[in-house]
Design a protein around this ligand. Structure first.
Ligand code: AHM
Ligand code: MG
Length: 333
């Protein structure tokens, strides 16, 4: 997949989005504005994340709490910030968030899009200064313009995503997204407060040495998973790498090649990760970058949605590794 945009690395995200809009004639620029709104919210959240740990002692530093928000957990704050940015931005009529049971009506009933998102993923890493991320998925609504968003707007299936992306708050902050014309990455420059185009037309290596899985559940895995892991371990130069932050583990494997696995476990019989705002968006990015994503039966993007918060097993990464695992799972069933 090629963006066919010959923009130089170093272009700002805003200019890139503008040029992409000109080149591909996105309707009236609403999707462009929506992507900018998400980028803006991510800057605000990135700032909060950088201050995490200081918030408790802000009083001691003579700073005031903004509406008591510094007392709240970062994932709750991220949810509030994204909602505010998307409500004010005006381009989405509804939001589905991992943080809330029901879909959120923004009141922008004339807007064309809906967003499904995990505002801050990697909860176990939030308090310990380890990388965390935001994941988002965008659909064009199917309900009539001028009415509130409906469940159907969010349940169109992974192939109907018009854009998907993530923000990784890591050693540097990056935003990676696709609108179905390749995958591009933008790296945040703190002092200037801008994202700069840093990785063009990302391609996931077709194979790799890295496998990412929570080893603590090993005994609970089906035989094909165990045999796959066994063979990865025997491969010369192979590496186990698991942060426990999906976005971080995914981003590393996208750059270096490898596979991320979250199979069913005793506790999570359908897998742990959420189909609509974790699996679908990463699967779209993966396919756009030449990799593969499966639930063990079919491509993730072809999994039928039945509930907005449903979970799925996921095996995602370099195509050869995912194919190898998929063949083992197919023979087993
Ligand atoms: P969360 O949405 O509660 O943060 O859970 C999602 C996270 C992913 O980021 C990560 O890949 C996975 O859970 C790790 O789960 P586990 O600790 O079971 O290995
Ligand atoms: Mg999550």
């Amino acid at each position: 997949a090629e963006s066919t945009l010959a923009l130089p690395v170093g272009t700002t995200l805003d200019r890139f989005i503008m040029r992409q809009q000109e080149a591909f004639a996105f309707a009236k620029g609403e999707l462009s504005q929506l992507l900018r709104d998400i980028a803006l919210a991510s800057k605000i959240i990135g700032r909060e994340i950088n201050r995490a740990g200081l918030t408790d002692i802000m009083g001691a530093l003579g700073r005031e709490n903004v509406q008591g928000e510094s007392q709240q957990k970062l994932d709750v704050i991220a949810n509030i910030r994204f909602k505010r940015a998307l409500v004010n931005g005006g381009e989405v009529c509804g939001i589905l968030s991992e943080e809330e049971d029901d879909i959120i009506q923004t009141g922008n009933n004339n807007a064309k899009y809906v967003v499904a998102m995990d505002p801050l993923d990697g909860s176990s890493n939030i308090d310990v200064n380890v990388s965390i991320g935001t994941i988002f998925s965008i659909y064009r609504r199917v309900s009539p313009i001028g009415t509130p968003a409906t469940l159907e707007d969010f349940m169109q299936g992974g192939r109907k995503q018009v854009a998907a992306g993530y923000i990784l708050y890591g050693s540097s902050t990056v935003m990676v997204y696709t609108t179905g014309k390749g995958v591009n990455c933008f790296t945040y420059e703190n002092a200037l407060g801008e994202y700069f185009f840093s990785h063009a037309d990302m391609e996931m290596p077709t194979t790799g040495k890295i496998y990412s899985i929570n080893d603590a559940y090993y005994d609970e895995f089906a035989e094909p998973i165990k045999s796959f892991i066994g063979d990865m371990r025997k491969t010369s130069g192979s590496m186990a790498r698991y942060i426990g932050s999906l976005v971080g583990d995914f981003h590393r494997n996208l750059l270096k090649g490898g596979i991320y696995l979250y199979p069913p476990t005793l506790k999570a019989k359908d897998g742990k990760l959420r189909l609509l705002y974790e699996c679908y968006p990463l699967a779209m990015i993966t396919e756009q970058a030449g990799g593969k994503a499966t639930n063990g039966v079919c491509p993730i993007l072809d999994v039928e949605p039945t509930q907005i918060h449903q979970r799925s097993a996921i095996y995602v990464g370099s195509s050869e590794l995912v194919d190898d695992l998929g063949a083992r799972l197919a023979n087993y069933q």
